[in-house]
Design a protein around this ligand. Sequence first.
Ligand code: NAD
Length: 380
Amino acid sequence: MRLSILKEDLSSEPRVAGSPDTVKRYVGLGFEVFVSSGAGDLSGVGDGDYEGAGASVVGDNAAAVSGADIVLGVRRPEASEVSGAKPGALVISIMDPYGHEAALEELAKAGVSAFAMELMPRITRAQVMDVLSSQANLAGYRAVIDASSEFGRAFPMMMTAAGTVPAARVFVMGAGVAGLQAIATARRLGAVVSATDVRPAAKEQVESLGAKFIAVEDDEFKQAETAGGYAKQMSADYQAKQAALVAAHIAKQDVVITTALIPGRPAPKLVSEEMVASMKPGSVVIDLAVERGGNVVGAVPGEVATTANGVKIVGHLNVPGRLAATASQLYAKNLYAFVETLVNKESKALAVKWDDELVKATLLTKDGAVVHPGFGGAPA
Ligand code: NAD
């Protein structure tokens, strides 16, 4: 069995889909591993590290993919990049399928079985494969580090001989995986932290981290969680009440970090121009949802924008990639845990169980067609 690890377009994606640790494990499963030279350059992994772990480093992606049974990437590869793999090869990456149906058709035509890691069900068995969590956790941490470096003041309260410095006030909007890590990190740095979410279950989690929960807690709020544990689209009436509460709160904050997402939909707009204008000069707003349309009016993807009243709105792209070494290490492990389920360890051969719920949830294309029901395919 041949497994290849792609080199990403490093100008936009510093992460890599394999680590020396996972390469060793793949070799143990019976794979010959091929890594595209330079794949780990921005994640602190050199070609020699991969070779030391048992991989063959080859000149480019085409050479790595040639004859592969499994191709691993971070971002969805172009169909042309994987067409040299074996017919029916498994191509596994973060596929970003929403709104990219044409690209899925191309992958189908290339004859590969494409899997989207971000569609992995959030069940106990698949926790180790949960790329949304492994990457969002790092994004939440990094958002606070970025906020502290953009903020011209200290986070903790300091009582010094030269005077007392007040603690920074940090407000986190959206208390999922990223938000909870942002709360924990801001608390560790000594900030006074508050947070909001539309899911009632978030209240207890926020409070258990020592932050204050801010939300209109009416009947709609109490029922606002889907069976899968995700946020629901809230009514216009609820959104107006919540916005008024949040507006009054934001005016008193030094740092606002937004992480609110609704799967498969554009990110909800939570912070208006007026709210940003109500903040003190020098305040910082970090929009972690900027790639999905943004939670903050005025956030510019890939830029740090400064408003007329001196508030910085930070729209960094690919925030997990700002911690590329850690993000790659965890992502590589997520991938390995999934690949392990696709192999028969005794016969050392691919043995995909097409009716396994993990496969059914993540499989986008097979036998020349898009098969995922969420993206125009009939169920596999
Ligand atoms: P996400 O990235 O989809 O969204 C981030 C947060 O934004 C969510 O908490 C969501 O409720 C919130 N949000 C959406 N609209 C909002 C609005 N208008 N105002 C304020 N907040 C808003 O979420 P996630 O981090 O992927 O987590 C979603 C859920 O999945 C959570 O309950 C989490 O604990 C759960 N989860 C379960 C597992 C598991 O393995 N069982 C793993 C990870 C996460």
